[in-house]
Design a protein around this ligand. Structure first.
Ligand SMILES: Nc1ncnc2c1ncn2[C@@H]1O[C@H](COP(=O)(O)OP(=O)(O)OP(=O)(O)O)[C@@H](O)[C@H]1O
Length: 448
């Protein structure tokens, strides 16, 4: 740890925002200074480079393109001992936040933030400086070069090294577990265990013993002491899969463990402290997840500090050709089959398929084609597709699918903010961190 209080600089042209953030950070995180104009930055740096900079994107009234913030980010990253930079962005500016992370920002905060999140992000950055993350393992297993996948990888690189609990959302077979593993590999816990538990298949009666462990004799079949998953994953990451299927009674037991950061094995008289990072996943759609009858909001709040959404394959069709190549080659090598290629009409149909089972289904289809197909030329029938309306090949080719995905994110964000603000434009604009005028433009663009 540094032998002096950490220096934090908040660069924001809105003096009230900067002052409020400095008040939150002073004392808890370190010495916080504020600057309203990036032209004063060089002068400020002469007194020493801060450990962490919170950076707004726009400084000139009326500008929304973020270029000013990105230029300051480049300037800071070029310093011999660069600070960690946390960019502050409006919710709708996902693309800008991703661009900033590609240029070396360590994290981002969406405006307006809540104070606990602000503090957690800054403290996470300071901890990161004190002990740099283990280098990520070579060979990123999460394939795909579409914009949504690049955004996902940028978010993983950013949240991986923090201690934040992460919830991964997405349909069956989209790659939620792979995303969870990538978070683990990008964390300082990478040398520890990644332990996956399928919460959906744990019977409620044995849940406590499975998760928290038991002492010999605590129930009829307990013939010896046994550690639970929480203890087994100590120092690593516990992946709670299918968390949406957890019964309400089990949810309250899990909540208690997470709140207290300790578990009591069945039959034990003392609790044990736990040291795990929780990554959870569910295929529940968000409306059901946020329904208090289905899932306790207080548990959700513990689990979803960061939410990652893995989009279905049909929303990132640009990834399909590389995935086909990868899994065909994989199974050819596994079964010792000769080199082959996909017939052109089959290739078009595979790219246009709806893929309701996502990447897992594509993988199985490739295995089937390698086993059953004529070596050298796989026909469509070899892939055994059924279910899911194939989209028109021409329409998929004509559409810039990356743009569609980005547009969908923006549309969903605007719709969610309007719903949360119960139609109040000013309130929704604050939630999104954009002006009322910008919100009017976005609503009419998306027909909302
Ligand atoms: N981006 C990807 N690149 C390569 N393989 C992938 C990718 N996404 C998924 N897969 C493969 O698809 C299969 C399913 O992935 P995974 O188990 O991570 O999905 P999931 O969303 O957790 O599924 P479920 O909801 O059914 O638990 C795995 O075999 C995985 O290797």
């Amino acid at each position: 740890m540094a032998d002096h209080p950490a220096r934090i600089l908040i660069l924001d042209d809105d003096a009230d925002v900067a002052y409020a953030a400095a008040l939150v950070l002073r004392g808890c995180a370190g010495k916080a200074a504020t600057l309203a104009d990036p032209r004063q930055l060089a002068r400020h740096l002469q007194d020493g480079v801060p450990e962490v900079v919170l950076l707004d994107f726009n400084f000139t009234p009326g500008r929304t393109d973020g270029a000013e913030g990105l230029a300051v980010l480049d300037q800071l990253r070029a310093l011999p001992d660069p600070p960690l930079v946390i960019v502050m962005t409006a919710y709708a500016d996902v693309a800008l936040a991703v661009e900033a992370m590609k240029r070396g920002a360590s994290d981002f905060l969406t405006k307006p933030w809540d104070n606990a999140r602000l503090l957690a992000v800054v403290q996470g950055a300071l901890a990161q400086r004190a002990s740099p993350a283990a280098p990520a393992a070579p060979g990123d297993p999460l394939m795909g070069d579409s914009l949504p996948m690049r955004q996902l990888r940028a978010l993983i690189a950013s949240v991986g090294p923090t201690q934040a609990n992460v919830m991964v959302l997405g349909e069956n077979g989209v790659g939620k577990e792979l995303a969870a593993r990538a978070i683990h590999l990008a964390s300082r816990r990478a040398a520890g265990q990644f332990l996956a538990v399928d919460m959906g298949s744990l019977p409620e009666a044995t849940l406590e013993s499975e998760l928290f462990g038991h002492r010999k004799g605590s129930f009829t079949d307990a013939r010896s002491d046994r550690a639970g998953r929480f203890q087994a994953a100590s120092g690593g990451t516990l992946f709670l899969d299918e968390i949406g299927n957890l019964a309400l009674g089990a949810q309250s037991k899990l909540l208690t463990a997470l709140e207290r950061r300790e578990v009591t094995p069945l039959g034990a008289d003392r609790p044990q402290a736990i040291d795990v990072r929780i990554v959870s996943a569910t295929n529940l759609d968000e409306a059901r997840l946020y329904d208090a009858q289905m899932f306790r909001p207080d548990l959700l709040f513990r689990l979803n500090t960061i939410v990652l959404r893995v989009p279905p394959l049909r929303e990132r069709r640009a990834d399909i050709p590389a995935l086909l190549r990868h899994y065909l080659a994989h199974y050819r090598a596994l079964y010792g089959k000769a080199q082959g290629s996909i017939a052109p009409d089959a290739f078009d149909a595979l790219c246009a398929h709806h893929w309701p089972g996502n990447v897992r289904a594509l993988r199985h289809a490739c295995e089937r084609a390698v086993i059953l197909g004529q070596p050298g030329n796989y026909a469509l029938a070899d892939f055994g597709l059924h279910g899911g309306e194939p989209a028109s090949v021409a329409s998929v080719r004509a559409a810039g699918t990356d743009m569609l995905a980005l547009d969908t994110i923006e549309r969903d964000a605007v719709a969610a903010a309007m719903a949360q603000a119960r139609g109040n434009i000013s309130h929704a604009a604050i939630l999104l961190g954009i002006s009322r005028a910008a919100l009017y433009r976005k609503r009419s663009k998306h027909g909302l």
